[in-house]
Design a protein around this ligand. Structure first.
Ligand code: PMP
Length: 411
């Protein structure tokens, strides 16, 4: 089947929405139009795209668990017993023993009293923020936060402050000004997904304490990856016991699908009762829960995966630094962003790498701020040292070619 766009411009719907074709052309003119492709995952950090095998540096399967035989077998068994779908939302009749087991497993893994599942990490973020803040409150959202956090803030109808984590004095002022509001929330990614930079969680905890605010941390790219036991940026930065609302996703290092919040029982009970993306959406498929439970067992018992990931990340960063190729300052861990600047340059660099045998994401606005289009390399512990060395060589070549054609900007 072709992956080409097959939209017809003459259907009754496109006649009713006559602006669609023009606006799509506009996106294309700005090099911002997205094209979808069909990708077949393969073992050893590889994938197949249009009859070519590429080394896959675009996947979030950081710990190589999506295809782990133990994870797949757990899913297969549950699939055989429970079938494909959950049949209803969790509160109606969709919460099976596999859901219950995963909630309990997440609570122990996160060292919390309880956990609640959501259909995706996106839904967990949107539903949780909207359940914890309302029109009388202030929510403070880092400008680099993932869209799902931004959407949750907007949906809450609270007053929204967008802050920069390199200007926490402004955040402090806004929190001070909002001291008479009903509630104050600070919302941040644990690791910023496009920058691979850790949030300043210690400083944010101090501000939360000082201004009687709640801190919500989305550990999507940090769970399983950071912290001695894989409990994310909060563990890595030593703030686990500071009363943070912890949100995670099961779609990245856990290799499956779904989102969750782990915390004290009253918080979890509140989310069972009020988080609309959980209440009004079908529960996760039981087989996905079984897969995630098996994956968490592996995350706990095989720390070598995390250690290897960080070693590979160092191995890639060193030659890039030596060749003066710009990653984002302070970026660390398996997300290695190479900032290119213009969207067309990012797309061209992505194509050149693909020619060389590597699949790398080219991120453009609105995924990243204007002027900072980039290659986002994500490493997994399935990659070989040789894959990383060859990628570094190809990146150096590609970036030199890009630098010769136009200046690199990073703001
Ligand atoms: N938070 C962050 C930081 C993310 O990068 C993503 C996914 N890209 C999500 C949340 C959403 O998670 P999910 O894919 O499980 O919906």
């Amino acid at each position: 089947m072709s992956s080409r766009d097959t939209t017809t411009h003459h259907s009754p719907l496109t006649i009713a929405l006559p602006w669609l074709a023009d606006d799509l052309d506009d996106l294309a003119r700005q090099n911002l139009r997205r094209e979808r492709r069909t990708v077949t995952p393969l073992p050893d950090g590889r994938c197949r795209v249009e009859d070519r095998t590429l080394v896959n540096f675009a996947s979030n399967d950081y710990l190589n668990l999506a295809n782990d035989p133990r994870v797949v077998e757990a899913a297969r068994q549950a699939f055989g017993e429970a079938g494909a779908g959950a049949r209803a939302s969790a509160l109606v009749c969709g919460r099976t023993a596999w859901h219950e087991q995963l909630e309990a497993r997440l609570a122990t893994f996160e060292r919390q009293e309880a956990a609640v599942l959501f259909p995706t990490g996106y839904a967990a973020n949107v539903g949780t923020i909207a359940a914890l803040a309302g029109p009388d409150d202030l929510v403070c959202c880092d400008r680099l936060n993932h869209s799902s956090l931004v959407d949750g803030c907007r949906l809450s109808r609270a007053k929204l402050l967008v802050y920069r984590h390199d200007r926490l004095d402004r955040l402090a002022r806004a929190l001070h000004k909002a001291r008479t509001r009903r509630r104050r929330l600070i919302v941040t990614d644990g690791v910023f997904s496009m920058d691979g930079v850790l949030a300043p969680l210690r400083a944010l905890c101090e501000l939360a304490d000082k201004f009687d605010a709640a801190l919500i941390v989305d550990e999507a790219h940090a769970s399983g990856v950071f912290g001695e036991h894989g409990r994310g940026a909060a563990e890595h930065l030593g703030v686990e016991d500071r009363g943070i609302v912890r949100i995670g996703t099961l779609s990245k290092a856990v290799g499956a699908l779904g989102g969750f919040v782990a915390g004290p029982q009253p918080l979890i009970d509140w989310l069972w009762n009020t988080a609309r993306t959980q209440m009004f959406s079908t529960a996760l498929p039981p087989a996905v829960c079984a897969a995630a439970t098996a994956a968490i067992d592996i995350i706990e018992s095989e720390p070598w995966r995390r250690e290897r990931l960080h070693a590979l990340s160092e191995r890639l960063r060193q030659p890039l630094a030596a060749a003066r190729i710009r990653t984002v300052p302070n970026s660390t861990g398996p997300i290695v962003p190479v900032v290119v600047g213009l969207p067309e340059a990012a797309v061209a660099a992505g194509r050149a790498l693909e020619e060389a045998g590597f699949l790398v994401a080219s991120n453009r606005p609105p995924t990243v701020p204007r002027g900072t289009s980039r290659l986002r390399i994500s490493l997994t512990c399935a990659h070989g040292e040789d894959d990383v060395d060859r990628l570094a060589g190809a990146l150096v070549q590609t970036m030199h070619a890009v630098a010769q054609s136009r200046p690199v900007t990073y703001t």
